[in-house]
Design a protein around this ligand. Structure first.
Ligand code: AMP
Length: 379
């Protein structure tokens, strides 16, 4: 069984690694010959509009998936004419455009910050809808806080609009959130669904630094009639949990694979910020912190195999390594710390690895987390 993965970054690398024990082989496609997934799987290195190379890549694959949402839509559509692409190009089309994404989320009843498309000929119209302060974002190709700016005044708003031209833009009301959270769900080709526990995400300079699941693992894990695992987080009890939203999202698109929904929690309510139609950085904790990682479950889902349990193994946390790798010995002597390096050269702001932590009690996990944050200089 060989699958193709578009994109050869660390997410593609971890997908390939998760496939080995199951006998699933992976071939990755990336324009860069140095793509780090190429260290663990065969790499086709060609541009995303090299149709001959893409046709060869599609040949003999069970299916094709992607590890980042900025794969050109035309590339995904071209491949989908030859071999199943999961998640579908339709999911890619919606979630690579912040305007279509938010319109879609609102249409299925998932609330978002107030937003408006910016018409460069009359930008004030969008400002009237969202008010100040607001965030100006490029509709496409933004990641890790790139392609966006906060405006506190009309002048700042107009400056951002000018700075981002000629890109299509969206304005969003600035949300004074209490914290940022995400939920990762997975739906198999067979319709089976599983949802990982809600995770709290801490960012700095627009980059995810730490993810901590919000769960109470000693409470009974309930699974409803549709097979959805429910964790008794306060938000779920109020019926507003991200779990409810992610299931709605998965079902409304007949989605196949892993999807991540990033949200703001503000005054006990969740507002959706962004959807990633792929495995996600905030889901690395479950690599060791749950029975089945998001990577393995993504592979199971796109191949129509039964999903693995997402039940937690105690308490976990994930710390990203940004721009530098601490001495390996110092990481490995932390009990229950699992080091994942991506084979990338450290550069400022670059994700070069992560550490997952697992413990039997919350106190123990918190102590390990503190020690790890001190080690990587993120306290
Ligand atoms: P994004 O690229 O949309 O995920 O945004 C990157 C980060 O910017 C988020 O993780 C938030 O910390 C912040 N951010 C984005 N949109 C908003 C918003 N509407 N209000 C407040 N903060 C925001």
């Amino acid at each position: 069984m060989t699958i193709g993965v578009l994109g050869g970054g660390q997410l593609g690398r971890m997908l390939a690694l998760a496939g080995y024990p199951l006998g699933i082989r992976t071939v990755v496609y990336d324009p860069s010959p140095d793509a780090c997934a190429g260290q663990v799987a065969p790499l086709c290195s060609a541009p995303y509009d090299d149709w001959d190379a893409l046709a060869r890549f599609a040949d003999d694959r069970w299916c094709i998936t992607y590890e980042f949402e900025n794969v050109p839509l035309e590339t995904a559509r071209f491949l989908a004419e030859r071999v199943p692409v999961r998640p579908t190009p339709r999911a890619l089309e919606i979630f690579q455009d912040r305007l279509l994404e938010k319109q879609f989320l609102n249409a299925i009843g998932i609330p978002t910050p107030v937003f408006a498309s910016i018409d460069p000929a009359q930008p004030d119209a969008a400002l009237e809808v969202v008010g100040l302060p607001c965030v100006v974002k490029t509709r496409r190709f933004g990641y890790d806080g790139k392609g966006q700016g906060i405006a506190r005044t009309r002048e700042e708003f107009l400056q951002w609009v000018q700075r981002f031209e000629p890109h299509a833009l969206i304005a969003e009301a600035f949300v004074p959130f209490d914290r940022e959270v995400s939920v990762i769900g997975v739906r198999s080709l067979t319709g089976e669904i599983a949802v990982y526990p809600l995770v709290e995400n801490r960012h700095r300079e627009g980059i995810l630094r730490v993810s901590i699941p919000d769960l109470i693992p000693q409470s009974p894990l309930s699974v409803n009639e549709e097979g959805i695992a429910n964790y008794p987080s306060p938000l779920t009890e109020r019926g507003q949990g991200g779990e409810v939203y992610i299931v709605r999202l998965l079902e409304s698109l007949d989605y196949v694979g892993v999807v991540a929904l990033e949200m703001f929690e503000v005054g006990g309510q969740l507002l959706a910020n962004e959807v990633a139609p792929r495995v996600h950085n905030s889901g690395h904790g479950p690599i060791e912190g749950s029975e089945t990682s998001q990577f393995e479950n993504h592979l199971r889902a796109i191949l129509g195999l039964p999903l693995g349990s997402v039940a937690p193994r105690g308490y976990c946390a994930m710390v990203n390594l940004i721009g530098a790798i601490p001495p390996i010995e110092s990481v490995l002597c932390i009990p229950n710390a699992h080091l994942h390096l991506y084979g990338k050269e450290p550069r400022p702001g670059r994700k070069v690895g992560h550490i997952t932590l697992r413990a039997d009690t919350r106190e123990e996990r918190d102590a390990l987390l503190q020690r790890t944050l001190e080690l990587v200089g993120q306290v």
